[in-house]
Design a protein around this ligand. Structure first.
Ligand SMILES: Cc1ncc(COP(=O)(O)O)c(C=O)c1O
Length: 434
């Protein structure tokens, strides 16, 4: 392996400083990249055998120059497209000024970001974090503290209601209330205080509420669960129930938020405004991890110095990127674009002539194509890759189509044509209609 030999001969650290990491990475073959990752990386992912070495817009290239259309969009984090010029400009500009200071001090970029995010979300206050899981943990802490200090729940008795097939991240607390056994086995014991009920079941929800219930936490569309859309009216019914019962409504909009579903936030489909909301993914403009808990002053205002924190949460560089990401979404009507392209894609997918497609579900550019039990989904994944489409199935045999919202109209059409050709190459002779 050339790269390894160079490292040994000339010294890896010196090479990194002399050439720069990007140049060194270009010298590494795709095979060597896979080898190093498998040897030195923990095996908590099972990547497709594609070494993404360059990306722009909705396209990704491997080291050998093969081109793919990115239909995962970094699990919905890539709304703006890879290397969005506006976001890159913001990074470069900010890099010449100040990047990370910690929240031991005030900073003007962070101030503008907090104001901008609260304004964009039409809520009062934000607690900035980095990953989605941290934003969820922040919401859970806020809800518990609100429960004890405002609602008057006895100490250590707070209950939070969540839903089957939820996905809110990977911390011990969060996987503790997952219903996916694979996410929890060998990681217990788990945090108490959570009740799990069926998604979309209002009666079960009413029955689960007690005087100690402080919050309901839900995704308005369960994305990782298989792009599951609740029954019409459910979001608004949950909102009304929370108001009647003095329970906080927390929407996890980490995947559905920021225009992915064709509105700024998925709760807007039923005007079910939350008390607290977890946001992340595209807030980082496809460049950095930026997340936040955003909510009313009554809820977010319960934190006092020392209650919570994160060294990198709310740093000037992340703030500049996030504020630019919000401005791009607003000025260029990402919500309208996502709604229009999503409706077009869903119509085209529904017209595809395969009996094995059980259902096409989606709102905006959050789309799932569920295939029936007869289909070898691994074969489909590889056929998609061979046809230059990068995507994977979520749980329950559903392939996700979540490309960057900025994907060009004709590139989306090309992706859909290739998707059909890939399905045809596997399904031929097993029920494909002519
Ligand atoms: C709805 C939802 N919540 C939370 C998370 C966790 O976000 P992160 O991976 O940034 O921790 C995800 C990630 O896919 C998600 O889809």
């Amino acid at each position: 392996m050339n790269f390894m030999a160079t490292c040994q001969e000339q010294g890896m650290w010196a090479q990194i400083l002399e050439k720069g990491v990007a140049a060194l990475a270009d010298e590494l073959s795709d095979e060597a990249s896979v080898h190093l990752s498998e040897k030195f990386g923990s095996r908590n992912y099972k990547p497709l055998p594609v070494n993404a070495s360059r990306a722009e817009g909705a396209r990704i290239w491997d080291g050998a120059g093969n081109e793919y259309i990115d239909c995962i969009g970094a699990y919905s984090a890539m709304a703006h497209g890879h290397l969005s010029p506006a976001i890159v400009r913001a990074v470069v500009q900010q890099m010449e000024k100040v990047t990370v200071t910690s929240r031991a001090f005030y900073n003007s970029e962070v101030a503008l970001f907090l104001h901008g995010l609260a304004t964009y979300c039409d809520l009062d206050m934000c607690c900035p974090m980095n990953s989605g899981a941290e934003a969820i943990e922040t919401c859970l802490k806020l809800a518990r503290k609100w429960g004890y200090t405002v609602k008057g729940v006895p100490q250590n008795q707070a209950e939070i209601i969540v839903f089957e097939d939820n996905f809110h991240g990977r911390t011990i607390t969060v996987v503790g209330f997952s219903t996916e056994e694979g996410y929890k086995t060998n990681f217990g014991p788990f945090t108490p205080g959570f009740k799990v009920i069926p998604f979309g079941d209002l009666d079960a929800l009413k029955a689960a509420i007690t005087p100690n219930t402080v919050a309901i936490l839900a995704e308005p569309i369960q994305a990782e669960g298989g792009i599951l859309i609740p029954p019409d009216g459910f979001l608004q019914q949950v909102r009304q129930l929370c108001t009647e019962e003095n329970v906080l409504l927390i929407w996890d909009e980490i995947q559905t938020g920021f225009c992915r579903t064709g509105k700024k936030f998925a709760w807007q489909y039923e005007d079910a405004k939350p008390d607290l909301m977890a946001v992340g993914k595209p807030l980082g403009g496809g460049i950095l991890p930026v997340s936040a808990a955003v909510g009313t002053a009554e809820v977010v205002g319960v934190f006092r110095p020392g209650d919570h924190g994160s060294t990198f949460g709310g740093n000037p560089l992340g703030a500049a990127v996030a504020l630019t990401a919000l401005a791009e979404m607003e000025v260029n009507d990402y919500a309208g674009r996502s709604a229009r392209l999503g409706a077009h894609a869903v119509a085209k997918l529904r017209a595809m002539p395969f009996d094995e497609i059980k259902e096409v579900r989606g709102r905006g550019l959050l789309i799932g194509v569920e295939l029936d039990e007869s289909v070898d989904t691994n074969a489909i994944t590889h056929a998609l890759m061979d046809h230059g489409i990068l995507t994977k199935q979520t749980r329950h045999r559903t392939f996700r189509l979540t490309p960057p919202i900025t994907i060009e109209d004709d590139l989306l059409d090309e992706a859909l044509d290739r998707f059909e050709q890939a399905l045809a190459s596997v399904l031929q002779g097993t029920g494909a209609k002519a």
